[in-house]
Ligand binder design. Structure first.
Ligand SMILES: [Mg+2]
Length: 169
């Protein structure tokens, strides 16, 4: 394989955590004020993403858009990365009419390349998209996270196994 697979990375619910009852504490977490809003950042998620950069080409797939590269490189040492642009104003292409708002831009960014995608808010359209790509022979992996926990060690294990199986095939 001459190109690493793409890893599309969401931020809210993956790196920036929310929805917890008790705020996480310990060395794996840090509270950061970003553009005036407090965020609970999983420092551990940053470390895990750095490891995944050995097996994947990371890109941002987040509503943060360019703000991702403004903040995340200094906070968790990831980036700057390419940003998948989401135009939430215009209508999506008809075959994505009822789909998740990230799906059409993500699909056109990926083209025929293998892609894994980490996100906390997949819907049915995402899973159907992944199944269609797989049926077309394009390896595709969706990695759902819990927004209060973010990217965890088990996700890294699954992603690394997937990438090494792909490299061996
Ligand atoms: Mg999210």
């Amino acid at each position: 394989m001459d190109q690493l697979p793409i890893l599309a990375v969401d931020i809210d619910g993956v790196i920036s955590l929310f929805g917890f009852e008790d705020a996480p504490s310990g060395p794996g977490f840090r509270f950061e004020l970003i553009d005036g809003t407090p965020h609970c950042i999983s420092v551990a998620a940053g470390e895990r993403l750095r490891r995944l950069q050995e097996s994947f080409e990371l890109v941002w797939a987040t509503g943060w858009q360019d703000r991702a590269n403004d903040h995340l490189p200094t906070i968790i040492g990831i980036g700057p990365l390419e940003v998948i642009e989401f135009d939430r104003e215009g209508p999506p292409p008809s075959r994505f009419a009822a789909a998740h708002w990230k799906l059409a831009p993500l699909d056109s960014f990926a083209g025929g390349r293998e892609m894994a995608w980490i996100d906390d808010s997949f819907d049915q359209s995402c899973f159907e998209w992944a199944i269609r790509r797989e049926a077309d022979g394009v390896a595709t992996l969706l990695v759902p996270t819990e927004p209060a926990r973010g990217l965890e060690e088990a996700h890294v294990d699954a992603l690394e196994t997937w990438a090494s199986d792909l490299a061996a095939s």
